[in-house]
Design a protein around this ligand. Sequence first.
Ligand code: SF4
Ligand code: SF4
Ligand code: SF4
Length: 335
Amino acid sequence: MADAYVVLAGKLGYAESERLGKLLRRLMDKEEAEIVASLPCPVAELAQKLGKKEEKVNEMLKKLFEKGGIFMTSKGYQFARDIFQLHDATACDVRSDKVWGRELLDLWEDFLQAEWYADWAKIVQTWKMPLWRAIPARKAISKETKLLPSEDVEAILDKATRFALTSCSCRRVGTRCDSPVEVCLQVNRAAEYAITRGTGRELTKDEAMKIMDVAEKAGLVHSVFNGSVVANVICNCCADCCVFYYPLTKYGVLEKGVAKSRFQAEVDKVACDGCQTCVERCPFEAVDMVKIPGEKKLKAQIGSEKCFGCGVCAVGCDSEAIRLVEIRPPEYIPV
Ligand code: SF4
Ligand code: SF4
Ligand code: SF4
């Protein structure tokens, strides 16, 4: 049999990558890698192949599932379908720090920076529609504004039945900012997965809502799957570490991968006291301070091209000088 690590790296499109090989060797031992390379495969067959009892094979599969190396699918356990899935599952697991310290996370960072980010940007460049979408902070939306269910944090949580909090894999790997890490909100199926695996802490709906408040205060961007279906996850992303925002900005294809919300920030120049908090908070460098004739202080101005309509600026404006205005119709959200 070919080297199982090479087989696994090949399944993810990186058979030649020494960096990914090193990471996989850290994640699983040789015997585990051989099992994973044989998946999907009935347990009885695996047991026969390995000369082990079924009970032992089941134990090994469970351990691999808990580590994030394999996933339960309709065909039984399978290896990760792509780099994205393996990264998310393994890097969010704070329990692994006891085993590896930062070693596994640093191996991820090395591989992503040196190989995957550039490839990822090339893939995203070919997308016809962004897969990810920013949705507005609830504290930035006025009471009169009617949000669609797929862009309304409160409506998403209202419809969900189960909630789990996991750590942000991107910030654990990237460490390029000091934003909170425990703010990834899994709902429904994704929550079940996190709770079963032991990587997620179950939350009540009220607790989940409080996490959204923490994220908004910290200047993180609520982000969801770009469709009209209600999300399985509400990510709270930063532009420094997120596997969407960071590399896609770096390679100039952000809007190919992430859709703006239907909103755009607007500044009330009279109410603006020129404090510049919004300039510091905006993750997309969409705010400039400009001179207005007759005014002593500089005033904030939103660059419409750059604004993602996340509302992070409005949440941080103590003068309540920023509001989000609806500039795109409901049809903008893909079905
Ligand atoms: S997508 Fe966003 S919230 Fe989710 S893990 Fe990455 S940065 Fe964290
Ligand atoms: S945070 Fe508000 S008050 Fe401060 S500069 Fe921005 S718009 Fe003006
Ligand atoms: S100006 Fe920046 S922070 Fe404000 S809504 Fe636009 S992208 Fe978000």
